[in-house]
Ligand binder design. Structure first.
Ligand code: ATP
Ligand code: MG
Length: 425
């Protein structure tokens, strides 16, 4: 026998018993984005490698070591998208959506990063991303955050997540801070962890979110980014905080929140949970006013965020919010004559579009079919024996109740379900 081919490490199948939770999450998000009048954009999964190098930054974890990059048959370097913002900006520019316009966009789909797979961290994972363009003020930053707060409520996980907030200031302010930080880190070089030593030259801001305890102890005395904020960024940040206070969205200021990508400025935020261990960030975003220009467009203010679907699904499961969501049929239908069975199932679906009706296919003895009906988890079995077919009747078995089977005319099924579904739910 030949060897079985397995899925690639870190790339998961999402099976029917799990996809119900995904669908619940996705449809809740869709409805929410619709309420805020955001439009869906769908981009390709593959882009030219340069797009990511130029937007995310050469000296970032993603570009340095996480991208799936390959040459196509034309010898062009392509990359499976590690995130959605770069492609969204590319698509917006290319299709004339950004110049002199206001846009509120969202997308959903797989992203790819070569990381060490573990709970909440995969090589193919899924994000729901939201990007807005053409709006300068802190009000849109606030709208995005208020919108996510509403989502957590809608999903029933509001008490599981908390908001961390920071401002990175303008590019100039950050450059000044970077110099001060590097000078400070140089004085404490021997006390830093290896990663931080390496990043000090290439991307010193990333040292701030080092997980190393020794490095964190050193950083307690480091210069603070907030002392370097330019007036405009400071004012922007104050107004954002005022808006969140007014809307009743609590937050924590985290001066060490810097985010992994190069393109952020001013506002950055993360929604974090303690319920998932180390992979605690479920949603992250910020302002990236320089990115559109960096990719060849006109200067365009922009702010957005992305949430990790797998982590949200884990959170929904961990908190038991989703126990009631499942794929089981309401009705399992079996028939002596398969065609009569299919036709009756069609009729029931016409009359009761919300009912989940599963038809027994593949024949076999009735006794076995009843067992299948029971295994399916359905509440009702509809049975068409010979006499029911002749008399245009149907037998109904109650699979989850101690109740005698009943036989009713087929044209009374609608009334039957109207009464029995309501009385049960
Ligand atoms: P982390 O610090 O956890 O690596 P990140 O800063 O790299 O996250 P972003 O690029 O901001 O993550 O992506 C936004 C969100 O996408 C994250 O907050 C997380 O929920 C999710 N995410 C990122 N990488 C992965 C991954 N490898 N597997 C699953 N979810 C992920
Ligand atoms: Mg990462």
């Amino acid at each position: 026998m030949s060897k079985r081919i397995k899925a690639i490490r870190g790339m998961n199948d999402i099976l029917p018993q799990d996809s119900a939770v995904w669908q619940y999450l996705e449809s809740t998000v869709r409805a929410l984005l619709n309420q805020y009048s955001y439009g869906e954009i769908r981009m390709p999964i593959v882009e030219y490698t340069d797009l990511f190098k130029r937007s995310i930054g050469e000296v970032t974890d993603i570009v340095e070591k996480e991208m799936y990059t390959f040459l196509d048959r034309n010898d062009e370097s392509l990359t499976l998208r590690p995130e959605g913002t770069a492609g969204c900006v590319r698509a917006g520019e290319e299709n004339g959506l950004l110049y002199n316009q206001v846009q509120r966009l969202w997308y959903m789909g797989p992203m790819f990063r070569y990381e060490k797979p573990q709970k909440g961290r995969y090589r193919q994972f899924h994000q729901i991303g939201v990007e807005t363009f053409g709006m300068n003020g802190p009000d849109i930053d606030a709208e995005l955050i208020i919108m996510t707060a509403r989502l957590w409520k809608a999903l029933g996980i509001a008490d599981q997540v908390s908001l961390q907030l920071n401002s990175l200031g303008s590019n100039e302010a950050r450059a000044q801070f970077r110099d001060a930080l590097v000078a400070f880190l140089n004085d404490h070089f021997d006390e830093l962890d290896e990663d931080s030593k390496r990043r000090m030259d290439s991307n010193p801001l990333r040292v701030l979110d080092s997980k190393d305890e020794g490095t964190q102890a050193v950083l307690k005395h480091a210069p603070s980014l907030h002392d370097y904020l330019d007036d405009e960024s400071r004012e922007h940040f104050e107004q954002l905080k005022t808006a969140l206070d007014a809307a009743g969205v609590p937050y924590q200021i985290n001066p060490n929140l810097v985010r992994g990508l190069d393109y952020y400025c001013k506002t950055v935020f993360e929604w974090v949970t303690t319920a998932l261990g180390a992979q605690g960030t479920v949603c992250a975003g910020g302002r990236y006013d320089g990115l559109v220009q960096q990719l060849g467009g006109k200067p365009t203010p922009a702010v957005g965020f992305a949430m990790g679907i797998e982590r949200l699904v884990l959170l929904l499961e961990a908190t038991g919010v989703v126990q009631h969501i499942n794929n089981t049929p309401d009705v399992y239908l079996m028939s002596e004559d398969p065609i009569q069975g299919l036709l009756l199932a069609e009729k029931v679906r016409n009359q009761l579009p919300d009912l989940r009706v599963q038809c027994h296919c593949g024949g076999g003895k009735f006794k076995k079919q009843i067992k299948k009906a029971d295994d399916s988890g359905a509440r009702f079995a509809l049975v068409l024996g010979e006499s029911e077919i002749t008399n245009r009747q149907v037998a109904i078995k109650f699979l989850r109740e101690q109740r005698e089977q009943v036989v009713i005319p087929q044209d009374q099924l609608q009334t039957f379900f109207a009464e029995n579904l309501i009385s049960q739910e």
